[in-house]
Design a protein around this ligand. Structure first.
Ligand code: PLP
Length: 495
């Protein structure tokens, strides 16, 4: 299996090279040249398997320069009991008949990014070996909260890699900050940027394009790499849980093999729902993919009109991981829907860069209508849904999951489609204690780790052990950095 760029089909890379590079040099996303097909027999074989085995069986279809045995080892490291507090890693929970939640937050940082970021570092480390790379890969990440911690947890002490994370000093929740500054591992570093998330992100982008810094790092035996969801090594592990969820629904009698299912996904950068789309394209019996947004509803408008327009106000919401106006992974979807037309994609992305807007062809729009439905949810709707799930089902969900649950309800009313549906649950409610407490009618007392106890006291839901342990952990990192001084911070770290 080869990989090419959504902006240039003449690029031809192995999977290992694609994982190592992250992004194509032309700015396009590296994408498999064909989509492997699975059938009923394949799904039947997965049903009795543990999650790591399912992951190896699915991933080897795309990663043909990795062995299934190797991927199984990675899977056991990534999703084993040392990392995940549920033996199934990504369990499906029944809410009521025909309505299920796929819980993706049983990993070390209590958010769904663990599903991919426990796997990516191992894929990357192996890719360095396979491509004969002698230098150390240094991951630089700016984070608004979830990605940085999940990436550090994944890369901690992985050979031939290191990671430096930048977060906005006053821009992350107390739980998120504590998670980051207590991170263990000899190859990790964390800095608080004096500024907001955009400052941190702009600083990281500047470093990536700074030839002098790159040359100096090369001399010291390092090269820069990225762990965000433009890397194919982050999308592929996410394909696995859609297929795994289907197998579990069949195993538990909620579906008969071959029955269709809908997935409703709380969406930001379009990585998670893109993985669902690949699962559908591989032959998983999926009817509709429902794309849920918060008030930053650029995708809802896009799916309804075929016009992507980022020229709109940015809203800060209680589902912050979806506060995003440019969904990078949409490019991979458009590439597939256009019949792999790299020239057409270049045109759209040029227009996005210059005017912040593009309109897709009628052909693409028709295909979008066929596979997707988009909806959005206000802040009040999010809180109401958290309250409703708690009151009606005794099930505590986080704000991101609530956005998806509400949009699914909208879809069912609008379409009359009663296909069994899975809401993708992307974070533990304990990551967003303040918003969840308020939504269920409590007044948060304080704003730090004490909220974990308060939410536990009123709900009785167990606190994920990694979050509970934070109280006893000592701070390892306390460096701040001015936004102009980030280049120096990288050079200080990579001595
Ligand atoms: C990152 C994130 C999302 C959005 O996922 P994308 O792949 O960026 O669309 C949703 N919910 C949570 C909790 C997240 O951390």
């Amino acid at each position: 299996m080869k990989y090419y760029s959504t902006r240039d089909k003449n690029v031809s890379l192995s999977a290992a090279e694609a994982v190592k590079m992250g992004l194509s040099r032309d700015g396009g996303l590296l994408t498999p040249t064909r989509i492997p097909q699975i059938d009923r027999a394949f799904l039947e074989r997965l049903i009795p398997m543990e999650y790591a085995q399912r992951a190896a069986k699915v991933m080897v279809l795309y990663l043909t320069d990795y062995s299934e045995e190797e991927l199984l080892t990675f899977g056991r490291n990534a999703y084993g009991p040392a990392q995940f507090d549920d033996p199934i890693a990504a369990p499906v929970r029944k809410v009521e008949d025909g309505l299920y939640c796929l819980e993706l937050w049983h990993g070390p940082t209590s958010a769904f990014k663990d599903m991919a970021l426990q796997m990516l570092p191992q894929l990357l480390s192996a890719a360095l070996r396979k491509t004969g790379e002698k230098r150390t890969a240094c991951i630089l990440a700016a984070t608004s909260g979830d990605t940085g911690k999940a990436a550090m947890a994944g890369f901690a002490d992985v050979p031939q890699t290191c990671i430096q994370v930048y977060y906005p000093k006053d821009g992350v929740s107390p739980v998120q900050e504590r998670q980051m500054v207590t991170q263990e591992g000899e190859n990790v570093d964390v800095r608080a940027v004096i500024g907001n998330f955009d400052d941190a992100q702009a600083g990281v982008k500047r470093i990536f394009s700074d030839e002098a810094v790159r040359a100096e790092l090369d001399k010291r035996g390092y090269f820069l790499s990225s762990a965000n969801s433009i890397n194919w090594g982050r999308i592929l592990p996410q394909v696995v849980y859609y297929i795994s969820a289907y197998c579990d629904l069949v195993r538990d009698g909620a579906l008969t093999m071959g029955d269709k299912v809908n997935f409703c996904v709380p969406t930001g950068n379009f990585g998670d729902i893109l993985a669902a789309y690949y699962a559908k394209r591989m032959g998983l019996p999926v009817n509709r993919l429902i794309c849920a947004s918060n008030s930053n509803n650029v995708l809802t408008d896009f799916l309804r009109t075929g016009i992507y327009d980022r020229n709109r106000p940015f809203h800060t919401t209680i589902s912050p991981s979806m506060d995003i106006l440019i969904s990078s992974n949409l490019e991979r979807l458009l590439f597939d829907l256009s019949g792999e037309n790299d020239a057409e994609i270049r045109m759209y992305m040029d227009a996005l860069g210059s005017a912040g807007r593009y309109q897709v062809s009628d052909n693409i729009k028709a295909k979008l209508d066929d596979a997707f439905w988009g909806g959005c949810c206000s802040e009040e709707g999010t809180e109401e849904t958290i309250r409703r799930y708690w009151q009606d089902y005794g099930y505590l969900i986080d704000p991101h999951t609530a956005v998806a649950a509400e949009v699914l309800a909208q879809y069912r009313v609008a379409s009359g489609d009663e296909t069994p549906a899975v809401v993708v649950s992307t974070a533990s409610p304990y990551k967003f204690c303040g918003s969840v407490l308020t939504a269920i009618g409590e007044t948060p007392c304080g704003d730090g780790l004490e909220l974990l106890d308060q939410l536990h006291a009123v709900s009785g839901v167990p606190v994920p052990c990694r979050l509970a342990e934070l109280k006893g952990k000592s701070r390892r990192f306390d460096k701040t950095v001015e936004k102009q001084a980030m280049e120096q911070a990288v050079l200080d770290f990579l001595k």
